[in-house]
Design a protein around this ligand. Structure first.
Ligand code: CA
Length: 235
């Protein structure tokens, strides 16, 4: 039996903090509550948690300030934002600053646990492949082979344009994580992709989905995170 994974909850509302703590303990995680930003940072240093749940509206500091401090450290842990702020701009900002995911309050336990599992899986994948670029990604019956520049769906090769392939590659490498429009545009078209480029991305994404035979109302591979970006499913 391995040690339980530790999750730091930086959240000032006791009711929510207790609710999350109970859910985590019941699912074999060790929960460490912090009720202010400063306490959160100090517990991060003393406990080296495997993951951080971070509220944005804290009494002493803004959550985004904590996020930027955590992101500057050599010892990284995935950060999932839990917040009542559901403004798109806030979410995009947090994700662009390196948050791994974003859950809007009120949320259900099973959704939160799924996001936690996904972020922890991604982190351990990163650790395993430190320095070694993985080259084949398997998502259900979809195979994205980076070395051979090949996409297979149920064993059958599908042709993608160069940009479509770049988008798929990016989503596969970061499977489970929301990638913002700007992040994808910058990595595929370069930093100066300019205005109107969201439209180009949407067109490319529609083509990718058509080729993957995605049912838009029940996507198997690529989820649209409304107003934020896209997420490749990794379950
Ligand atoms: Ca709060």
């Amino acid at each position: 039996m391995t040690d339980r994974q530790t999750i730091l909850i930086i959240e000032d509302e006791r009711a929510i903090s207790n609710f999350i703590s109970r859910a985590l303990s019941a699912n074999d995680y060790k929960a460490i509550p912090a009720f202010s930003g400063r306490e959160g940072l100090s517990l991060f240093f003393s406990h080296s948690p495997d993951l951080v749940l971070l509220d944005l509206g804290l009494p002493d500091m803004d959550g985004l300030e904590i996020l930027s401090q955590l992101r500057g450290l050599p010892r990284e842990a995935p950060v999932i934002i839990i917040s009542a702020r559901d403004r798109e701009a806030e979410k995009v900002k947090a994700l662009d600053m390196g948050a791994d995911d974003y859950v809007v309050k009120p949320f259900g336990v099973s959704e939160l646990l799924a996001r936690i599992r996904s972020a922890l899986r991604r982190a351990s994948r990163m650790k395993l492949s430190q320095g070694i670029q993985r080259d084949v990604y398997q998502i259900k019956d979809l195979t994205v082979d980076l070395t051979r520049h090949l996409v297979l769906l149920g064993g059958e090769e599908i042709h993608f344009t160069q940009n479509e392939f770049k988008i798929l590659e990016l989503l596969a490498i970061h499977a489970g994580k929301v990638l913002t429009y700007d992040f994808i545009l910058e990595h595929v078209w370069g930093p100066y992709s300019g205005s109107g480029s969201n439209q180009i991305l949407r067109v490319n994404m529609a083509n990718i989905r058509r080729k993957l035979k995605e049912n838009p109302s029940e996507p198997k591979y690529i989820h649209t995170e409304l107003g934020l970006g896209y997420r490749m499913l990794d379950d």
